[in-house]
Write a protein that binds this ligand. Structure first.
Ligand code: NAD
Length: 367
C-alpha cells in the first residue's frame, strides 16, 4: 500500500505505528480529522490476518468517527486505534500500559476508548499511563460501558426508520433480526423485548447467543441464514463490511439499522444497491453515535441523564438525514456525509479565520 496516497485519498492527517518489543504490542493509531476537536475513537483488538488489513480497518474506522462526531453535533474529530492480537490470549497489563504510553505521546491529538476486544477495565489500565482516555468506569467518575447508551440510540433510530417507512414509530409486532448479541446487541434485545417486537438473533459465540435467547425468548438463526431470514429490520451488531454484493441480494428486510461500524463494504455502491432494492438504510455512524455521545459527556462531568437525553436525539438527527436525502435526491449515506461535511467545512473556515487573526495579532505584537 502506498500510504501517503492512501492518506490523501481518505483525507487522513496522521497514522502512528506503535511497537513495543517487550510486551509484543503492535498497534496502529489513525487520526482522520481534528477540525472540530481532538480525534476520539475506540481501541479495537483483533486477530488481523495482515498488517494491511489492520491499517485498512484503522483508516476506515477513524474516518467514520470524524463523520459520527460531526453529525452528532460534538466538538470532536475522528480517530481509531487497532491493536493486532487475540484479546483472549495476548491482552496483558504490560501490553495495555505500553499502548497507554503511546497514546500519551500523541499529546491529546488522539483520545482512546474501548471497542471490540477491549473493555472498560482495560481502559482503566491504559489510564495508568495516559490522560487521554475515556470510557472509564462509573466508580472512577467515568461514563462506564457505552453499549447501553449505544443500544438506546439505536433503538430510537430504529423508530425513526419505522416512522419514515411505515408512518408510525412503534416497533410493536415488528420483526428484527440481530447479527451479533454482544454488548450492544444484548441491550438492544432488551429494548425490543419490552416494546413487544419479535426478535431473531445470530452469533458465533454460543454463550452470548444462549444468554440473549434465554433472557428475551429470541429465536436463534444460523450465522449464514441471518441475511435471508424474513424480517422487517436487519440489525448488524457484530463487525463491519457485512453488506456486500453477496449479502445485499439475500436480504429479507425493509430496513437495515444496526450498531456495527462501516457496515457497507463499498460505501457508495452498496448504499445505492440497498436503495434500488427499496431497503431503507440508517447510516451506521449516525445510528450508533450513542456510545460516542456517552463518552463525550465525560468531558463536562459525566451525567447519565444528559447522555441518555442526547442519545435519544438520534431520532431527530436521522429524520434530518432522511429529509436531506429526499430534498437532494441522494442516498441516506450521501445525505449523512453531506451533513457532516457541511459542519466541518463551516468550522474549518472559522478555525482558519481564528488562526489567521491570532497570527495577525502576533505579527503586530499585540499578543
Ligand atoms: P461485542 O464484541 O460485545 O459484540 C459483538 C458480537 O458479535 C459478539 O457476541 C461476537 O461473538 C459477535 N460476532 C462476531 N462475528 C460474528 C458473525 N460473523 N456473526 C454473528 N455474530 C458475530 O461488540 P459490541 O460492543 O456489542 O459492538 C458491536 C458492534 O457495534 C461493533 O461493530 C462495534 O464497533 C459497534 N459499536 C459499538 C459501540 C458500543 O457502545 N459498544 C458503539 C458504536 C459502535
Amino acid at each position: 500500500m502506498k500510504i501517503f496516497e492512501e492518506l490523501d485519498r481518505r483525507g487522513h492527517e496522521q497514522v502512528a505505528y506503535c511497537r513495543d518489543a517487550n510486551t509484543g504490542l503492535r498497534a496502529i493509531v489513525a487520526i482522520h480529522n481534528t477540525v472540530l476537536g481532538p480525534a476520539i475513537g475506540g481501541a479495537r483488538m483483533w486477530t488481523y490476518q495482515s498488517e494491511e488489513e489492520a491499517l485498512t480497518d484503522a483508516l476506515r474506522l477513524s474516518r467514520g468517527m470524524t463523520y459520527k462526531a460531526a453529525v452528532a453535533g460534538l466538538n470532536l474529530g475522528g480517530g481509531k486505534a487497532v491493536i493486532i492480537g487475540d484479546p483472549k490470549r495476548d491482552k496483558t497489563e504490560p501490553l495495555l500500559r505500553a499502548y497507554g504510553r503511546f497514546v500519551q505521546g500523541l499529546a491529546g491529538r488522539y483520545i482512546t476508548a474501548e471497542d471490540v476486544g477491549t473493555t472498560v477495565q482495560d481502559m482503566e489500565v491504559v489510564r495508568m499511563e495516559t490522560d487521554f482516555v475515556t470510557g472509564i468506569s462509573r466508580s472512577l467518575g467515568g461514563s462506564g460501558d457505552p453499549s447501553p447508551v449505544t443500544a438506546l440510540g439505536l433503538f430510537e433510530g430504529m423508530q425513526a426508520c419505522a416512522k419514515r417507512m411505515w408512518g408510525k414509530d412503534t416497533l410493536e409486532g415488528v420483526t428484527i433480526a440481530i447479527q451479533g448479541v454482544g454488548h450492544v446487541g444484548y441491550h438492544l434485545c432488551q429494548h425490543l423485548h419490552r416494546e413487544g417486537a419479535q426478535v431473531k438473533i445470530s452469533d458465533i459465540d454460543e454463550d452470548n447467543l444462549r444468554k440473549a435467547a434465554d433472557a428475551f425468548g429470541a429465536s436463534v438463526v444460523g450465522v449464514d441464514e441471518i441475511y435471508s431470514t424474513e424480517c422487517d429490520i436487519f440489525a448488524p451488531c457484530a463487525l463491519g463490511a457485512v453488506l456486500d454484493d453477496h449479502t445485499i441480494p439475500k436480504l429479507g428486510c425493509s430496513i437495515v439499522a444496526g450498531s456495527a461500524n462501516n457496515q457497507l463494504a463499498d460505501e457508495q455502491r452498496h448504499a445505492e444497491m440497498l436503495a434500488k432494492r427499496g431497503i431503507l438504510y440508517a447510516p451506521d455512524y449516525v445510528i450508533n453515535a450513542g456510545g460516542l455521545i456517552n463518552v463525550a459527556n465525560e468531558f463536562d462531568g459525566y451525567d447519565r441523564e444528559r447522555a441518555v437525553q442526547q442519545a435519544a436525539g438520534i431520532y431527530d438527527i436521522l429524520g434530518e438525514v432522511f429529509a436531506i436525502a429526499d430534498r437532494e435526491g441522494v442516498t441516506t449515506v450521501q445525505a449523512a456525509n453531506t451533513m457532516a461535511e457541511r459542519r466541518i467545512a463551516a468550522m474549518s473556515k472559522l478555525t482558519r479565520t481564528f488562526v489567521g487573526a491570532t497570527r495577525q495579532r502576533r505579527g503586530r505584537g499585540i499578543s
